[in-house]
Design a protein around this ligand. Structure first.
Ligand code: F6P
Length: 468
């Protein structure tokens, strides 16, 4: 590990891998973490030989075998051990049930949020875990190192680190959207101010899209009455890694299985975490409207939904998962025939299978209610082999770069989504080819290294006493 002023630390809640002990074989297995954050950060962190601090709640991550497995990796994963009970309050209650819901506009306002005494206890824990991360950064960072803190789970960490270590050059990056000052005002004043202070107090704050940076600045202006230093750096797909997964035996075998299930029918695909903001239900309702309106498409199209589990500790996510599965089975019962299952739901985390689906789609549906970027919207066009068309929510950060080559939809408008699916399926072959080429180009314009370098530049633009 580089101990000079060039040293880099990445700090995030979720780490690049986690370890699972397989009792049957007696072997510790490293598992790649699911989700866009690791795909976004990984290549840059790897190239720079960064030290990566991330939460660990499992004893398996702390086993000596885990350290041995990681020794050959250029990323120095530095597990920050968090007591599982504290982790639940910090991750489930404050990070996900409160901040995530607020930033994505997901409140069920007659019931939630509810800032009662249990919540305030969780808030104390959130502060405590952020302190713990700041202390670990202090311990891990050589003088004048560059520190890149990721996301809302660690919103207080940047300012806490800056206070402990004025020599470090820090920036933070928020992968989610940011909400309006009105939406933020649902948080108690003290909470909103502490979150905003925690981010702006640690140097520049980055976002995937100008729109979220503007919303953040408006919140800082409204709550803290000061300007905020923001920057925009749009994340990119790791095309090489994706191509390697696409060419792997595991992906080939999933591809064969999927093609056998779909046959010569057209294929609509979605790949998402099973997550409220991803808007899976409206996607299925739209598909049902399509089947109602277009008898010619019945038995001629299949919708494959690869929706891997997320945040299963939260009742909202469990209920949503159930609702998604029941809706798919109701639609299948209503429209299916002995030879045709209209919706194939795969609710497991199987990355090679997801990539196989992205290779195979005729239409990719990405319709989040609000999304910081949505990497799937870029991954699809970069590996698709069938001149597939992208139907993309105008509320996804990715629509800034891809909107011109995609069919844009208001994610709340089920009928418009049904029409967009029809338009995508009906698009003539030559137009599909041109659109797919444009999409591919737009999706590959930047690399993950470009994104990572933007963060490093933003942090280093701060300087630090030892850097001057
Ligand atoms: O970019 C992916 C993302 O939406 C990040 O904003 C966030 O850190 C992460 O997913 C959260 O997912 P999880 O709770 O599964 O770690």
């Amino acid at each position: 590990m580089d101990e000079s002023a060039d040293a880099l630390l990445v700090v995030s809640n979720r780490g690049p891998v986690h370890f699972e002990w397989d009792a049957a074989s007696g072997v510790l297995q490293a598992k790649r973490a699911a989700g866009g954050l690791v795909n976004t950060l990984g290549p840059g962190a790897h190239r720079h030989g960064a030290r990566w601090l991330a939460a660990s709640t499992s004893e398996d991550d702390m086993r000596p075998e885990a350290a041995r497995l990681l020794a050959n990796d250029r990323i120095g994963f530095w597990p920050v051990s968090v007591n599982p009970e504290l982790y639940r309050a910090y991750y489930d209650i404050v990070s996900n049930q409160t901040l995530w819901f607020c930033l994505h506009g997901l409140w069920d306002s007659p019931r939630r949020p509810r800032f009662d005494r249990h919540w305030w206890q969780a808030w104390d824990t959130y502060k405590q875990v952020n302190e713990l991360f700041a202390a670990e950064v202090d311990r891990a960072a050589p003088p004048a190192a560059t520190v890149l803190v990721q996301d809302y789970q660690l919103a207080l960490t940047p300012a806490l680190v800056a206070r402990r270590r004025p020599d470090l050059r820090i920036c933070s990056f928020v992968h989610t959207p940011w909400c309006s000052p009105d939406e933020l005002s649902a948080l108690p004043d003290e909470v909103a101010a502490t979150v905003l202070d925690g981010l702006v107090g640690g140097g520049p704050v980055g976002f995937h899209s100008q729109r979220w940076a503007d919303a953040f600045r408006a919140c800082v202006e409204a709550v803290l009455a000061r300007p905020a230093d923001t920057f925009v750096a749009t994340a990119a797909v790791d095309s090489e890694d994706l191509a390697a997964v696409a060419a792997s035996d595991a992906c080939e075998s999933e591809h064969r299985k999927l093609r056998a299930a779909v046959g010569d029918r057209r294929l609509i695909v979605r790949v998402d975490r099973l997550e409220l903001s991803k808007n899976v239900l409206r996607g299925f309702w739209a598909y049902e409207e399509l089947l109602e309106a277009r008898p010619d498409l019945r038995e001629r199209v299949v919708f494959a939904a690869l929706v891997y589990p997320s945040r299963v500790g939260l009742a909202e996510y469990q209920a949503y998962g159930q609702e998604v599965l029941s809706l798919a089975s109701r639609i299948n019962d209503r429209w299916g025939t002995p030879d045709w299952t209209p919706i194939l739901v795969h609710p497991e985390d199987n990355y090679p299978r997801s990539v196989a689906a992205l290779r195979s789609y005729d239409v990719l549906l990405v319709n989040p209610l609000r999304d910081g970027l949505n990497l799937v919207a870029k991954e699809g066009p970069s590996v698709n082999e069938r001149d597939g068309v992208l139907v993309l929510s105008t509320q996804a950060g990715a629509s800034v770069e891809l909107g011109d080559s995609a069919i844009g939809v208001n994610p709340f408008d089920v009928s418009a989504t049904a029409k967009a699916l029809a338009e995508a399926l009906d698009m003539p072959a030559d137009q599909r080819r041109l659109t797919a080429e444009r999409l591919h180009k737009a999706a590959s314009r930047r690399t993950p290294q470009d994104w990572f370098d933007d963060l490093v530049d933003a942090a280093r633009s701060q300087g630090g006493p030892l850097a001057q």
